[in-house]
Design a protein around this ligand. Structure first.
Ligand SMILES: [Fe+2]
Ligand SMILES: [Fe+2]
Length: 189
């Protein structure tokens, strides 16, 4: 029997019954199914964030994802390119970690690692930083995913601030988002 529309009887969790927690569980599953559409809505919000770049944040991630797709990258990488900056508006100091945690249940360990660390690898391009900070990525040279992070930033991220670039529309990526986020969470872990 469906618990749709029902609410729990408790006001403090310690007083909840098994039935209450089954209501919560069913609701959580519904919320999880809505994740792709919530991500898409959040991406649209990024259009409002134009900072000091020549293009807004949505256009930046569309460029990244378009480059990844045109390079023939797998779904995981295209979604990573599209979502790698999604935490920027709420977590300006840890946005890579936020994006990595959103992706982690659904993508490979390598893709998650690259998204998590992309901020450090992007520092290489920032000429206002001192030499040590620009080369902070070197602390990972022995890591198996080091080169993937270098390539992600060099080929897709650092170059995607170009107002002349013809990106694919967000709608083009919707089926890819749906494919990746309809996987069973943690199935590859
Ligand atoms: Fe970023
Ligand atoms: Fe970026």
């Amino acid at each position: 029997m469906s618990n749709e529309g029902k609410t729990v009887g408790f006001t403090a969790m310690k007083d909840g019954t098994v039935e209450d927690y089954l209501i919560i569980k069913e609701n959580d599953q519904k919320t999880a199914k809505e994740l792709p559409s919530r991500l898409i809505e959040h991406l649209k919000e990024m259009e409002k964030d134009d900072g000091a770049y020549k293009i807004n944040r949505l256009e930046h991630v569309l460029q990244c994802a378009t480059r990844a797709m045109r390079d023939g990258a797998e779904d995981d990488w295209v979604v990573a390119a599209l979502l790698h900056d999604i935490g920027d508006m709420l977590a300006p100091f840890t946005h890579g970690q936020v994006a990595a945690e959103i992706l982690r249940p659904f993508v490979s360990e390598e893709v998650e690692w690259v998204v998590r660390h992309h901020g450090t690898f992007q520092m290489f391009y920032n000429k206002s930083l001192n030499e040590a900070d620009r080369n902070l990525r070197e602390r990972y040279t022995d890591h198996p995913y080091y080169q993937s992070a270098v390539d992600f930033c060099e080929k897709w991220d650092q170059c995607s601030f170009d107002p002349e670039f013809q990106s694919e529309k967000l709608e083009v990526f919707v089926p890819i988002i749906n494919r990746v986020f309809s996987r069973s969470p943690f199935e590859n872990k």
